[in-house]
Design a protein around this ligand. Structure first.
Ligand SMILES: [Zn+2]
Length: 564
């Protein structure tokens, strides 16, 4: 585009933006809500879109180098957040009276040209697998080398779910062996059987690795089939081409080979074992009572070499004291880490992460400021945790869940913010699994007052309930919700919002171009912050803590935490 034309378009945009701003009544951004004291309402109203903008802009500067955990830019981001807490009067709630909670991590990178996997049948020639195109793997233990030659056991979907009367491991022992399994979960249209079409945690590959490790398996071969995984082999391959981090000393990370194999390789394996057609076996494995785990007459032989790097990255944790003791604390979370710098990318190689998750950090910092500077204290303490290593697999929040600032049972509710595009004022919100906690009627009431229609999860098959930091806290029992915006925005139709989100994902998500834009409109981020402020205040004010509804998958963990 010609330079003069660019200028004309930009100038027209500025005029339009000014006009929109002038229309917004600035004096009364918070609706009247029963139970919310006037002073809390004033504190919520003080949340300032331009302050959120300032945080997002700073955190996504090239100077911050993409906020990689354990890297200089990540440390600068943590120091910035801690400094803002201090300036705003938020108390430190990390290790030893500081704002920082040290999270010990270990990064593992499989050295492709030194790693070798082969399928070894009882009779006949071994079949070597091509690393990258046929198999990818990580040694979770953080040791430099691994050598083994062990039997392979086919365990269907690799799921043990007593509530669905389902156990793929029945009748076999995978201790010291390789568990071969299918991605996803048994297909279902019945809400009572693996929640119908929604993805349960049993369908996530993280669960499958965890369950096999609990049973003492040496490794897992996850069979990739594009339609079942909902993404292609390139996604698997690319995500494994970079190093992957784990929490240090995490006793559940015991797999020497946490691996994925291509569909064709799995078919070759079944043929070697004399088990016939793979897709038929997959069908069979999804039918109740039709599948029995079987040890194959084929072994997996492996020599694995890994480059291992131990490092520490910090969660930043602050606290605003409440009127009474901590025993019904509210927690706000937002990850600050992003993907850092990729030296192998030519040109712009800094992953600025302005939307992901500069926006969540800006919101968290404004929430913390509003609580700390409120003229009345909240009924109970409120904690603010900007966590690290989310992009590495929710690791900072996992560590926070294992080492909470107050005992788990005393945390009433976690509200998490992750990537809210600052593109205007949302009129709908998506709160994932919020309808599974007993606070849901209050959430509905507040959303209505804020003119936010509550949307069901737009894509339950994608398993978003298990893919953001709130999940790390939910699995320890804490009622935890991510506050996302929907696709309806003031002045636009639903299709516009969907298109904006789609374009963002296609053009900028997890790319160096996720950069701050001066034309971003942060009034929506402020609205979602105020919405979360009111929810947190009301949760703090309730006569009792928030709980999962009876029968929920996280209810048992909550009960266990209360019993401690
Ligand atoms: Zn991300």
């Amino acid at each position: 585009m010609h330079r003069k034309l660019v200028f004309a378009v930009v100038a027209a945009g500025i005029v339009a933006a000014t006009f929109v701003h002038a229309q917004q009544p600035a004096d009364n951004p918070i609706p009247e809500i029963a139970g919310l004291p006037a002073a809390a309402r004033a504190a919520a109203a003080s949340i300032d879109p331009e302050k959120i903008r300032a945080h997002v802009r700073f955190l996504s500067l090239n100077l911050l180098e993409g906020r990689g955990p354990g890297a200089r830019g990540g440390e600068l981001a943590a120091e910035y957040i801690a400094t803002q807490f201090a300036l705003d009067g938020v108390e430190p709630a990390g290790d030893n009276g500081t704002y920082f909670q040290h999270v010990p991590l270990v990064a593992v990178h499989t050295i492709e040209d030194k790693t070798k996997f082969s399928l070894v049948p009882a009779t006949g020639q071994p079949v070597d697998l091509a690393y990258g195109t046929e198999i990818v793997s990580k040694d979770q233990t953080g040791q430099a080398t691994a050598d083994f030659d062990v039997p392979i056991v086919f365990v269907g979907y690799g799921i043990d779910a007593p509530e669905y009367n389902w156990n793929d491991y029945a009748g076999v022992d995978v201790k010291g062996k390789i568990a071969l399994m299918i991605v996803n979960q048994p297909p279902s249209d019945d809400i009572k059987f693996f929640k119908g079409k929604a993805l349960t945690y049993y369908g996530r590959w993280t669960y499958k690795y965890e369950e096999a490790a609990r049973r003492g398996a040496v490794g897992v071969l996850l069979i990739h089939r594009t339609d079942l995984a909902a993404y292609g082999w390139e996604v698997v391959r690319n995500s494994q081409a970079v190093e992957k981090s784990y929490l240090q000393n995490d006793s559940s990370n015991t797999l020497r080979a946490a691996a994925w194999i291509q569909h064709d390789v799995a078919q070759r394996l079944l043929t070697l074992a004399g088990l016939g057609d793979l897709d038929k076996a997959i069908d069979q494995a999804g039918k109740p009572g039709a599948f029995h785990a079987v040890e194959l007459p084929v072994r997996l032989r492996a020599h694995i070499e890994s480059r291992v790097r131990r490092y520490v990255s910090d969660n930043v944790v602050g606290r605003v004291p409440g009127v009474s003791a901590d025993n019904q604390a509210v927690l706000y979370t937002a990850h600050y880490d992003h993907l850092g710098i990729d030296p192998e990318v030519k040109g712009d190689n800094i992953y600025n992460g302005a939307a992901d998750n500069g926006t969540g950090c800006g919101i968290l910092l404004e929430l913390a400021r509003a609580y700390a500077q409120s003229s009345v204290r909240p009924p109970h303490a409120v904690y603010f945790a900007s966590v690290t290593a989310e992009e590495q697999g929710l690791l900072g929040s996992q560590y926070l869940g294992l080492h909470p600032p107050v005992p788990t049972a005393q945390i009433a509710l976690d509200l998490n913010y992750d990537m809210l595009l600052p593109i205007g004022i949302p009129r709908s919100a998506s709160l994932g699994n919020a309808d599974r906690i007993d606070f849901w009627p209050t959430i509905q009431r507040v959303a209505k007052a804020f003119d936010l229609a509550l949307l069901p999860d737009p894509n339950p098959r994608a398993g978003h309930a298990y893919r953001s930091d709130h999940f790390s806290l939910a699995r320890t029992g804490i009622p935890a919700v991510s506050l996302g915006q929907g696709s309806l925005f003031e002045g636009h139709d639903e299709a516009w919002g969907k298109q904006q989100a789609q374009d963002y994902v296609r053009l900028h998500y997890h790319q160096p171009s996720d950069e701050y834009r001066a034309d971003w409109d942060f009034r929506g981020n402020a609205k979602m912050a105020r919405f979360g402020f009111v929810l947190g205040w009301l949760a703090s004010e309730q006569p009792k803590s928030v709980e999962w509804l009876p029968g929920d998958e996280f209810e048992a963990a909550r009960k266990a935490s209360h019993a401690q």
